[in-house]
Design a protein around this ligand. Structure first.
Ligand code: NAD
Length: 557
């Protein structure tokens, strides 16, 4: 049997189901009530489905009516995850057609709640779990995955899930959600995506005491034992899925930077919390400058939080300034940090290596308010995971010092945001250029409706991944993320900027991901990092590789 849909080719490499019930129970092949009369006859499905053959549009209508009738976002998450487990094609049709409504459910903020409740809402296993009990067996465990045609892995060890901390094996919701976005935003084929959770234990006492927790009942392993397990995973993944892109996701601070440095020149890998965040925030900053009419070199950026996100963003700002001709040391002086111990300055003895680049000569300063008073930043970026830290006094000081203060409250989920969109706009009389990590609704101030930007990494990583996969890139470089940021910023239209947006509407995500993939591919070829030859029509080729959720005709000759 063949399928008439060339675009879904990766799926036909998998063994076709044998019985009618197998067809219905396999989410890759299942069409549910949309199996045609001819398919029902040919595949042994007659009688196993209600008689009326539905169109996909009717199925979408049913799913969305159900979705909207639910009483909570967590219920919506459970419903939509159930659909993904039953019928992937319909799941992606629904998500792609309703991305703005679905994104906050399949990703932040609801995915955070789902991870917190993972053991309690668990229905069906998705992804691959590798535990510290699997030492020496990781290749065997990964080989249980049903296909070798894996192009993208998102892997977490669950230690720093969004701004929610250590959720251990319950962090699986994040790789699952991120990979859904690879498909929904950039059309990476769903069967080429593999979510992985490495369960090394958890230090979260609540989870350890929870009888329904899904992970190992042990404290996290660390040091050499931990490193050996990660190494075994990377080696096995590269062996079983040659050239696979490995995205490290939501690792704790102490491992994230180390692992990025260890693997970035050895494997096709990146860390989205550092590099993806750096890129999406840089794009927001470049768009904000189009609103304020200023130059990047004239900014003084103050960060609250000097972790993966903050340092990642600062490194990207610096790289961008260096590209524009500023010496490295000068570029670094544009970025200042306040962490949990106060202003990051040279005289502090407690700084980790990644913070040292941004430790400047300055007198000690213990808190954000004093730092804002002293430094008079033009941009204030919150990446601390500490809610309500951009107080009215701080935001008003920003508005006193700047005609259009740039205020990004990026901590996730919504409950962790440093301030809300409404607060930022109200306290500045509508002058703030605002973006957040999780979505906020538009706000009307003084008769004008302002649309807050969502600095969602989903603007960047799916497009970068598509560019990497389409070129067979051997490495992922920082330059690719700068290209992605510049491309994203260039796509925002004047009418979107006029509404206060610093990112294009999510409804344009396919166009955005495609443009980023083309820019990344050009960078790959320029640096000779490709393993696949360059097609004549690069944009056309990349578009042809993007998955479209359409049902194949299983009886076509
Ligand atoms: P992290 O744990 O690596 O870093 C957190 C930093 O905040 C640390 O430097 C810590 O010292 C500092 N901090 C903690 N308490 C503080 C306090 N009271 N005052 C000042 N600083 C304090 O985490 P991360 O990966 O950098 O993520 C931070 C936040 O940013 C999270 O909420 C995350 O969800 C969010 N984030 C948003 C985006 C986005 O919007 N696109 C992307 C990535 C991360």
């Amino acid at each position: 049997m063949t399928t008439s849909n060339k675009q879904t080719s990766p799926r036909i490499q998998r063994t076709l189901p044998k019985t009618g019930v197998d067809w219905l129970h396999n989410p890759v092949f299942n069409k549910g009530t949309a199996f045609t009369e001819a398919e029902r006859d040919a595949l042994g499905l007659r009688g196993l489905l209600p008689p009326h053959v539905q169109t996909m549009a009717e199925q979408v209508q049913r799913v969305m009516a159900n979705f909207r009738s639910k009483s909570s976002d967590l219920e919506r998450y459970i419903q939509i995850a159930g659909l993904q487990d039953r019928n992937e094609t319909l799941f992606y049709r629904v998500v792609m057609d309703n991305l703005e409504e679905l994104m906050p459910i399949i990703y932040t903020p609801t995915v955070g709640k789902a991870c917190q409740e993972y053991g309690h809402i668990f229905r069906r296993s998705r992804g691959c779990y590798i535990s510290s009990n699997d030492r020496g067996l990781v290749e065997k465990v990964l080989a249980n995955w049903p296909t070798r045609d894996v192009k993208v892995i998102v892997v977490t060890d669950g230690e720093r899930i969004l701004g929610l901390g250590d959720l251990g094996a319950s962090g699986m919701g994040i790789p699952v959600g991120k990979l859904s976005l690879y498909t929904a935003c950039a059309g990476i084929h769903p069967t080429q995506c593999l979510p992985v959770t490495i369960d090394v234990g958890t230090d979260n006492e609540t989870l350890l005491a929870d009888p329904l927790y899904i992970g190992l009942r042990q404290k996290r392993i660390r040091g050499g034992e931990y490193d050996a397990l990660i190494e075994e995973f990377v080696v096995a993944a590269e062996k079983l899925f040659p050239g696979v892109l490995i995205q490290f996701e939501d690792f704790g601070n102490r491992n994230a930077f180390r692992l990025l440095e260890k693997y970035r020149d050895r494997a096709c890998t990146f860390n989205d919390d550092i590099q993806g965040t750096g890129s999406v925030a840089l794009a927001g900053i470049l768009s904000a400058l189009r609103i304020t009419g200023q130059k990047l070199a004239d900014q003084r950026v103050l960060f609250l939080g000097a972790g993966e996100a903050g340092i990642g963003i600062a490194e990207n700002i610096v790289a961008c300034l260096v590209e524009e001709g500023l010496p490295l040391a000068e570029a670094r002086k544009r970025c200042w940090f306040v962490d949990s111990k106060g202003l990051v300055i040279k005289s502090r003895k407690d700084l980790t290596e990644h913070k040292l680049h941004f430790a400047h000569d300055h007198a000690p300063c213990g808190d954000l308010l004093s730092a804002v008073k002293l430094l008079k930043p033009t941009m204030l970026l919150g990446v601390s995971g500490q809610p309500k830290t951009f107080t009215e006094e701080i935001v008003k000081l920003m508005a006193e010092a700047n005609p259009r203060p740039v205020i990004f409250a990026l901590s996730n989920p919504t409950s962790k945001a440093e301030c809300t969109a409404e607060e930022a706009y109200r306290w500045t009389g509508g002058r703030a250029v605002f973006a957040s990590g999780s979505p906020f609704a538009p706000v009307t101030v003084g008769g004008k409706t302002l649309v807050p930007g969502q600095g969602n990494n989903a603007y960047i990583f799916p497009g970068v991944g598509l560019g990497v996969v389409c070129t067979g890139a051997r490495r992922v470089t920082d330059a690719m993320f700068i290209k992605a940021a510049r491309t994203l910023a260039s796509l925002i239209r004047d009418n979107e900027l006029a509404e206060g947006r610093v990112y294009p509407s999510l409804s344009r995500i396919h166009e955005v991901s495609h443009a980023i993939a083309v820019a990344v591919a050009q960078e790959v070829y320029a640096k000779k990092l490709n393993t696949l030859s360059r097609p004549e029509d690069l944009p056309g080729y990349i578009r042809s590789q993007m998955f479209k959720p359409e049902y194949p005709n299983y009886t076509a000759k």
